[in-house]
Design a protein around this ligand. Structure first.
Ligand SMILES: NC(=O)c1ccc[n+]([C@@H]2O[C@H](COP(=O)([O-])OP(=O)(O)OC[C@H]3O[C@@H](n4cnc5c(N)ncnc54)[C@H](OP(=O)(O)O)[C@@H]3O)[C@@H](O)[C@H]2O)c1
Length: 339
């Protein structure tokens, strides 16, 4: 272990956060790293990914898709960095890797449990494994194409449309020749979606009646890529086309506490003969899924891009996380971990 690795800083979950008060629940710890056990890899982290889904792991909720993190444990999240020590076959010092590690300068993982992948270069942008070549892009593709089965000419609605997963779903829909309506918080995000991403319509759910605006779409919405759940799902369901599909990607409106009630317009599933299906990218990773080649092609052609909301330094992780959960981000929220 060299001098740079003689100490490590990491974020520890001390309590269940209340609302957006992350500072009261997580603390930055310093340690002398322990020796690796057999089968482990140490990663010098370059970038940390801030993911909305991890908010649920901070609660005590036991019926989620992932068990809650035990209080007193290291906060878990996706990391991108270089292997600096390895006692695991298949991973060598210097390998660029991405996987589920910890909010830390030095992350220690068992590759199979972390879904650790070696990243082959060259990369147009070192952040691409969290951007156009990342799990948000892949998730969006699964939801739009495999789950919602979107076709050219149809209407796709996307919630949290200017966030990391949503902005990918919007571009995928646009690239497939669909009409896209993005639902997002605030005029800046809506302007970004129509003027930069080039989707047909953007609705500011904080200022507009989403249900009334969607009702003006003739024939209704054929596919809904839902990142939010709750009130927005209720606004969309009565405005779906007959035989429409809802791809349930996330329910961020309910991640900070008790599960969301509803949907209160569940009757529309029968009235409009809808299909609603949840999906989860780790299932696809575990079953050996392959990153869709079309996403790389679109990125190369300039038809898929990920804006980054980047913060600097491990000490600013909670600031970045609150930006993302509070909706200040456009695109992917990341932290550059500099040592
Ligand atoms: N199923 C899967 O495998 C999978 C994989 C990745 C992500 N996801 C899901 O995708 C969704 C987005 O995650 P992300 O990591 O890409 O984050 P993100 O969209 O970059 O950031 C989260 C966004 O959620 C919106 N938001 C937060 N609280 C909200 C609320 N109460 N009501 C409405 N909108 C709210 C905010 O945007 P506004 O300003 O628009 O409110 C915020 O920017 C999450 O639900 C996440 O669980 C699922």
């Amino acid at each position: 272990m060299n001098a740079a690795m003689a100490c490590n800083r990491y974020w520890r979950l001390d309590a269940h956060p209340v609302g957006q008060d992350f500072a009261a629940a997580l603390s930055l710890q310093t340690e002398t790293p322990a020796p690796l056990a057999d089968g482990e890899v140490r990663i010098a982290v370059d970038y940390l990914s801030m993911d909305a889904g991890t908010r649920m792991w901070m609660t005590g909720r036991t019926d989620g898709y992932q068990p809650p993190l035990a209080l007193g444990s290291r906060m878990v999240g996706l990391v991108l960095g270089r292997v600096c020590e390895s006692r695991a076959p298949g991973f060598a010092v210097g390998d660029l890797v991405r996987g589920f590690g910890q909010w830390a300068e030095l992350a220690v993982v068992v590759p199979a449990l972390a879904g650790l992948e070696r990243i082959e270069g060259p990369l147009a942008d070192p952040r691409d494994p969290f951007g156009v070549a990342g799990l948000n892009a892949w998730t969006a593709h699964i939801g739009v194409c495999d789950v919602a089965g979107l076709c050219a000419g149809q209407w796709l609605a996307v919630s949290a449309a200017a966030g990391a997963t949503g902005v990918m779903a919007c571009q995928i829909g646009r690239n497939l020749g669909a009409h896209v309506v993005g639902i997002a918080g605030g005029p800046d995000k809506c302007r970004y979606l129509t003027e930069v991403v080039g989707i047909d319509l953007a609705l500011d759910y904080r200022a507009q009646d989403v249900s009334a605006a969607l009702a003006r779409i003739e024939g209704g919405v054929h596919a809904y890529f839902d990142n939010v759940g709750g009130a927005l799902l209720d606004a969309v369901l009565p405005n779906m086309a007959h035989y429409g599909r809802v791809a349930v990607c996330g329910m961020v409106a309910g991640y900070d506490g008790a599960p969301l009630p509803g949907p209160s317009r569940f009757d529309q599933v029968l009235m409009r003969r809808l299909r609603i299906e949840g999906f989860f990218i780790p299932d696809v990773l575990a079953s050996g899924g392959v990153f869709p080649a079309v996403l790389r092609d679109w990125a190369r052609e300039g038809r898929l891009s990920m804006p980054f909301d980047q913060s600097e330094g491990i000490e600013n992780v909670l600031v970045a996380y609150a930006r993302m959960m509070g909706g200040a981000n456009i695109g992917k929220t990341i932290v550059k971990v500099s040592r």
